[in-house]
Design a protein around this ligand. Structure first.
Ligand code: AMP
Length: 600
């Protein structure tokens, strides 16, 4: 169904010509694919464990290692100097077996949590898959986190083992180690025989471990991964994902990323965030393709060089990075041979229509936006290679996914009648994006927070917390967050976590934190701070407080901007009204202020 462009965008739709594709897309007719799809069929494309059950590491690694793909390159790491090192599926199987064997030797039990605090290096990928092989649960932490987010997540997740480097351990873990009584072993990937108090040398343990032999007989509902995400209030939430999620990683890799056997695929996300695990590790390996991993940080020329030199065919990246490339100019791309590239996708934040279109100029392909979140575990809404793109739209739900727009009342709660939520039927009317539960990669809980999990589901729908609309032809359009959570450079940041940290500074009495628009990062974190009586505001103090927050939270989470104020808007019950803070900052209408404390 190819309908006209809705009036809501001035960007013309981008039509596709099937004949021009170098390989036939996996999804050629959307309606047909949706009608024909079943999760059981998708499961049928996987192996399952010999004795029954399912294990992600078996589907991603071992079954390929036992096939003609054994010698095929699974992971290709691009080092700082542009040189590469590779692991074949056979190598990966052997190494992950040894890692699993180390965990067994340490007495790690099924379901116990193994954390990582590592950059994108081979040891990280081996640790993720080796942990799954052993039936333990993996929780990756972003290596740019400061000690505070690391402490909170290790505590909340009852981390039993941590895999890290000596430098990260010294800077971020050693100072808080006493707060982590459940953390029994810290494995250093770069100990080089030099003892570091309180840690073990992973290389030495791997060298003396026997091959694992077999794989843990996990069931589809056994916990496999724990990904922390942030909410508006309270502590970070540990979203639980199970081994059956691999069914969704397989299906979405097929339809939304259009993976084909000989692809060289590059996902630029860090595994510290869910995209880097679901689509930087699991989906490509399940498809038996070669996944490129850049060990370095983003840089326009470096990235174009990687696309060209590694002959990347499918590229999955993020709006902030694309905006940075756009800023650097399309002529930078023209200097490189991007002829291998056949599909470009993006996720994580709103993707500006101009970037979608600019992709055609720079890469020879428009950018295909898709939408999902930590809780969904995999892509839910997507633009497909063979389907018309409406620039600015997130696309249409994946086969197997039912999405809808739920009406909200004036305080943002879903409108309900007799236990049923009211679905918005008007095309283009805004409401909360909701999904019908039941897809395999759906989170199965927030660790130890049953109530917080339960409240995500109303009237048989999972409420995503995002505002969106659906046009008459079923394309979904992102409108905004329904809560106060901040998205900066694709990273979800809970304002409460930042406010709590600021309050620890001796000069700070109150703090309110919001996201303010930024042309490249989407949003940047801005703090409004009330000082304690008698403390003078000054530029030096502003810098000191920002520095204090950066040290504790890490640069990715700490506020970039800080203003002093004497009147944070609060409700009569004392809750900071971030919505109002934001409206005032941006000069927008203040909306309903009936709960506002007098004089604010
Ligand atoms: P996370 O759980 O960190 O992956 O963040 C998920 C959130 O990122 C979603 O709930 C959205 O608010 C935002 N997001 C993800 N993908 C998109 C997209 N394609 N367009 C707009 N926002 C997005």
């Amino acid at each position: 169904m190819e309908a006209s462009t809705p009036s809501s965008t001035r960007w013309p739709a981008i039509a596709k010509d099937l004949a021009s594709f170098p390989v036939r897309p996996n999804l050629t007719d959307y309606d047909e694919a949706v009608a024909a799809f079943s999760w059981d069929d998708a499961r049928g494309a996987l192996d399952g464990l010999p004795g029954g059950g399912v294990n992600i590491a078996h589907e991603a690694v071992d079954r390929h290692a036992a096939s003609a793909l054994a010698g095929h390159e699974a992971l290709r790491f691009v080092r700082a100097d542009g040189s590469t090192s590779s692991l074949t599926y056979a190598d990966l199987s052997e190494r992950t077996g040894r890692f699993a064997s180390v965990l067994r030797g340490l007495g790690v039990q099924r379901g116990e949590r193994v954390f990582s605090l590592l950059g994108r290096m081979p040891a990280l990928y081996v640790a993720v898959l080796g942990t799954l092989k052993h039936g333990a649960v993996f929780c990756p932490l972003f290596s740019a986190f400061g000690p505070e987010p690391v402490r909170q997540r290790l505590q909340l997740g009852s981390g039993r083992v941590l895999v890290t480097t000596r430098a990260l351990y010294r800077r971020k873990v050693a100072p808080i180690r006493d707060d982590l009584p459940e953390l029994r072993q810290v494995l250093l990937v770069d100990a080089d025989g030099e003892p570091e108090p309180g840690t073990l040398d992973l290389a030495a343990l791997l060298a003396e471990s026997p091959p694992y032999g077999g794989i843990a007989a996990t069931g589809p509902e056994d916990m496999a991964l724990l990904h922390f995400t942030s909410g508006t209030t309270g502590r970070p939430k540990g979203a639980i994902h199970v081994h059956d999620a691999v069914t969704a990683h397989y299906a979405t890799g097929r339809f939304a990323l259009d993976l084909h056997p000989d692809d060289v695929y590059w996902c630029t996300a860090d595994p510290g965030w869910v995209t880097g695990t679901s689509y930087g590790i699991i989906a490509p390996l399940v498809h038996g393709v070669t996944a490129v991993v850049d060990e370095e940080e983003m840089d326009a020329d470096r990235w174009y060089r990687i696309l060209a030199e590694q002959r990347v065919t499918v590229w999955y990246t993020a709006p902030t990075a694309l905006r940075m490339l756009m800023k650097a100019g399309a002529e930078r791309a023209a200097a490189h041979d991007l002829s291998a590239l056949r599909f470009v996708a993006s996720v994580g934040e709103p993707l500006n229509p101009e970037v979608v279109v600019w992709g055609e100029e720079a890469f020879g392909h428009p950018v295909h936006d898709n939408w999902w979140q930590t809780e969904t575990g995999g892509i839910m809404i997507s633009n497909y290679p063979a389907m018309q793109i409406r620039p600015g739209s997130m696309g249409r739900p994946l086969p197997g996914i039912v999405a809808a727009i739920v009406a909200r009342d004036t305080v943002g709660a879903p409108v309900q009648h007799d236990g049923e939520v009211e679905l918005v039927s008007d095309p283009d009317a805004t409401g909360e994006l909701a999904l019908r539960p039941g897809w395999p990669s759906m989170f199965r809980g927030y660790l130890n927070e049953e109530e917080r999990y339960r409240t995500c589901f109303v009237g048989g729908w999972y409420l995503t917390g995002d505002l969106a609309r659906r046009d008459a032809d079923g394309y979904f359009w992102f409108v905004g967050r329904g809560d106060d959570v901040i998205k900066s450079s694709g990273h979800l940041i809970g304002p409460f976590e930042v406010e709590s940290c600021l309050l620890e500074h001796e000069a700070v009495a109150e703090a309110g934190v919001i996201g303010v628009p930024d042309p490249v990062a989407g949003e940047v974190v801005k703090a409004f701070v009330e000082l304690k009586p008698g403390v003078e505001a000054s530029d030096a103090l502003r810098l000191e407080i920002i520095g204090f927050a950066r040290k504790r939270l890490g640069a990715a989470v700490a506020p970039r901007l800080l203003d002093f104020t004497t009147a944070l808007p609060k409700t009569r019950s004392g809750k900071i009204l971030r919505r109002l803070l934001k409206a005032r900052e941006l000069g927008l209408p203040e909306g309903d202020t009936s709960t506002l404390e007098a004089g604010r």
